[in-house]
Design a protein around this ligand. Structure first.
Ligand SMILES: Nc1nc2c(c(=O)[nH]1)N[C@H]1C(S)=C(S)[C@@H](COP(=O)(O)OP(=O)(O)OC[C@H]3O[C@@H](n4cnc5c(=O)[nH]c(N)nc54)[C@H](O)[C@@H]3O)O[C@H]1N2
Ligand SMILES: Nc1nc2c(c(=O)[nH]1)N[C@H]1C(S)=C(S)[C@@H](COP(=O)(O)OP(=O)(O)OC[C@H]3O[C@@H](n4cnc5c(=O)[nH]c(N)nc54)[C@H](O)[C@@H]3O)O[C@H]1N2
Ligand code: SF4
Ligand SMILES: [Mo]
Length: 701
């Protein structure tokens, strides 16, 4: 039987590995890594290798579904679209455009995301458009914009191999950006020094030259402490500070409050290790700083990012090969979803909604008026629904019931809406709650572009037909715009036309087109008249905001602290073998074999103290929710700190997490809260959680 090979990009994480899809009989039956790919160089991680299972057509949603008396019925596209259009038009005319909105997908293409934000702004007339960056790197987008003018990785992934010091803060890269984790390990073997700042002993921490195992949530104390040491020893880069930064005197005075004794107390890290880390990082020729959710997912997320940026700027560790500030963006296209303006406050390329000239530009290009009022964030829409002020939401490829904090409240928000539409590949927990489900085409069934974490826009190609009646997200949006009476406002014939429209309205992408992208392995933005071949390193001579801004920030305590009733610190992390809500990776029997269940990691000492054995069934509760699971002993943790992955709907850690927010970005404090642990009787197995009304996943044919 004949096989065809189609080049594409992995649909999971933001590394953006190249993969070749092997097609036989209209099905992807294998993937092969691409040896010439600049990042993955012939490698894939376990998730990448298992991609064919993740789009498995047997369990896919293949037809539009509408709920009737609590059960889903298959309906025609026309019936589903006219129902949605009629409702949206009614909500808008009765209650205003502020009561409807869209959550777009960081797993879908740039073209899908451009279409989603255009649909919100030009058709619904609202800026209520957001996506999962809200609960991921929104503090990077906002924090780094303030300090250096751009919220993206300043360097290229390959720069890891050019650095003599690598500093990883709050990122578990061997699990979550496995190919980058591999680059870091190889750099270490070749002699680079590795510093890891993490409350858990991650795999990288195990091989690091220095592991600063700080108390959870004490990032700013630690970073200010390092800065104070650097100033005291005169290790700062005076020349860089004089030429490129402002605010150094105020920052120096501020961090003087973070004496070594105070920082040792606040962070629990030995003073000697802090001094060594400060010296290594500041004196390196090129120090590659990478950070992740251990920085952003706090009520102080934006200030945490600013503290990271202060450290890099003071040491002049930015703007050169091998050195810079690198937020490791999570989803395969979360960089792109942000770049495309699937955010409530910016148009594509971060052009501000508040700027009248920008609004005039888009009104003119789209030949319709666009709204002025800033939009709601994803959690804002859910909160407004609970307050009775939000009526209709369309979610493209997100599963907030599993992935947003405080699941009980999320469920209440979803139920409070007059209409919930979910556009999905699979019957997720959120889809079960929808009034209408629309079947979406997966990455292998469409053409388009993904932008990886190093700003590289890469083409994906259609390898197979979507199953059943599934359609591409941007095409669904075009059809819905027509059904709402928007005429030809969104009338593209190909994904290339969507891309070209976007490129014309932005500066950073103005030098890109599909032909240009196809000639090489993608292009890194900005790619324009000034940088026709794209940009490997940001901020080499100047920051887009002129001088880099040093901003003094203070340590704050997490919103919730353990007490007698909830005595344990609780954090949430990821497992290498599963991804996000698990909708795709849990289709793979091989990945399921590795880690089939939810689990709670606990330090062996805590288990001994509580009289618990490995794999014993327990209940875990916080002030917000309760779940049952089994424990796994792990010496990655310290006594008093428990951790849980968030991928498993049977034991969803987000039943426990806190939705207290960073005031600047509305980032919830997903990384820390307080819980209680109680063993279940010996003969009892953990009872799986399910959404309260579980009849809703049955489909009547
Ligand atoms: N296998 C797999 N890979 C993925 C994903 C997945 O679901 N599965 N998701 C993707 C997505 S969306 C994202 S955003 C990325 C996320 O990738 P990472 O940023 O690596 O995400 P996490 O594992 O959530 O958290 C990183 C680390 O933060 C540490 N941490 C917790 N609290 C603190 C603290 O106070 N200070 C410091 N310094 N560290 C702390 C944790 O111990 C953990 O090791 O991964 C992407 N890749
Ligand atoms: N407790 C806790 N919670 C967390 C985190 C944490 O560290 N701790 N991390 C947070 C982070 S960083 C993130 S990014 C979020 C992620 O949260 P989500 O975005 O909800 O997670 P995903 O599993 O990526 O969900 C994407 C969905 O899109 C579908 N999909 C894939 N491709 C397409 C497509 O082309 N079109 C459409 N329409 N659908 C598609 C998939 O089937 C999947 O169900 O989770 C957050 N939640
Ligand atoms: S590292 Fe990320 S992009 Fe690469 S194969 Fe694994 S999941 Fe896919
Ligand atoms: Mo993320």
């Amino acid at each position: 039987m004949s096989q065809t090979h189609v080049n594409s990009i992995c649909p999971f994480c933001g590394v953006g590995c190249g993969m070749c899809l092997v097609v036989q009989d209209g099905t992807i039956n294998a993937v092969k890594p691409i040896s010439a790919h600049p990042i993955s160089q012939g490698k894939l991680c376990a998730k990448g290798w298992n991609t064919p299972f993740g789009i498995n057509k047997h369990n896919r949603i293949t037809q539009p579904l509408m709920k009737k008396n609590g059960l889903f019925e298959t309906v025609t596209w026309q019936k589903a679209l006219s129902y949605i259009a009629k409702n949206l038009n009614t909500f808008i005319s009765e209650s205003g455009s502020s009561t409807v909105g869209i959550i777009s997908s960081a797993r879908a293409t740039n073209e899908d995301n451009y279409a989603a934000q255009k649909f919100a702004r030009a058709v619904l007339k609202t800026n209520n458009v957001d996506h999962c960056a809200r609960i991921c790197h929104s503090p990077s987008v906002v924090g780094l914009k303030q300090t250096v003018g751009s919220g993206a990785m300043t360097n290229s992934i390959d720069d890891v191999s050019k650095a003599d010091v690598i500093l990883v803060i709050g990122a578990d890269s061997t699990e979550n950006h496995a190919i980058i984790g591999g680059h870091i390990m190889r750099a270490k073997l070749r002699g680079a020094k590795l510093i890891v700042i993490d409350p858990r002993q991650t795999r990288l921490a195990q091989i690091a030259d220095l592991h600063l195992q700080l108390k959870i949530g004490s990032n700013i104390a630690l970073l200010n402490g390092l800065l104070n040491i650097i100033f005291q020893h005169n290790w700062q880069n005076g020349d860089f500070l004089a030429r490129r930064c402002e605010g150094v005197d105020a920052l120096k005075e501020h961090v003087a409050n973070y004496s070594l004794e105070k920082v040792v107390k606040l962070t629990g890290v030995e003073g000697q290790k802090l001094v060594e880390a400060a010296k290594l990082y500041s004196q390196a020729n090129a120090a590659f700083l990478a950070y992740g959710m251990g920085i952003t997912q706090f009520i102080s997320g934006t200030n945490n990012v600013i503290a990271v940026s202060n450290l890099a700027l003071v040491c002049g560790q930015i703007g050169r090969e091998g050195t810079g500030i690198n937020p490791l963006r999570g989803q395969n296209n979360v960089q792109g979803a942000c770049d495309m303006g699937s955010l409530p406050n910016v148009y594509p390329d971060y052009q501000s909604v508040a700027d009248e000239k920008v609004r005039a530009k888009f009104s003119c290009a789209w030949r319709t008026n666009v709204p002025k009022a800033p939009g709601l964030t994803s959690l804002g829409m859910s909160n407004q629904a609970r307050n009775g002020n939000f009526r209709g939401l369309i979610i493209f490829g997100e599963d907030p019931v599993v992935t947003d904090p405080d699941r009980n409240q999320v469920e209440l928000g979803m139920r409070a809406m007059d209409m919930l539409v979910v556009v999905e590949l699979f019957m997720t927990e959120t889809a079960k709650m929808a009034d209408v489900i629309l079947p979406a085409a997966s990455f292998a069934e469409k053409q388009g572009t993904f932008t990886n974490c190093e700003r590289r826009v890469q083409l994906i190609h259609k390898a197979i037909e979507p199953p059943g009646e599934a359609k591409v997200d941007w095409q669904i949006l075009c059809a819905l715009a027509k059904a709402m009476g928007a005429g030809n406002l969104m009338n593209w014939q190909s994904s290339e036309q969507v891309f070209d429209e976007m490129a014309q309205l932005t500066n950073s992408f103005s030098g890109m087109n599909y032909a240009h992208l196809a000639e090489r392995n993608g292009l890194q933005w900005p790619c324009n008249a000034e940088h026709p071949m794209g940009t490997r390193w940001l901020h080499t001579n100047v920051f887009p905001i002129g001088k880099g801004k040093l901003i003094a920030v203070d340590q704050v305590s997490s919103d919730e602290q353990p007490n007698a009733e909830y005595p344990f610190w609780f954090t949430t992390t990821r497992l290498h073998y599963h991804y996000g809500c698990g909708s795709m990776t849990r289709q793979s029997p091989l990945l399921e074999r590795e880690t089939p269940n939810g689990m709670l990691f606990i330090h062996p000492q805590d288990a001994v103290d509580l009289g618990l054995k490995n794999h014993q069934a327990v209940t875990v509760s916080s002030r917000r929710g309760y779940l049952e699971t089994r424990i796994v002993l792990s010496d990655q943790l310290v006594p008093g700190l428990l951790s849980m992955p968030y991928h498993f709907k049977e034991a969803p850690s987000n039943l426990l997490t806190n939705d207290a927010m960073d005031p600047t970005t509305e980032m919830p404090e997903l990384k820390v809260c307080a819980v209680r642990l109680v063993p279940l009787p010996d003969n009892q197995s953990p009872h799986p959680s399910s959404i309260s009304n579980n009849i809703e996943n049955r489909v009547v044919q």
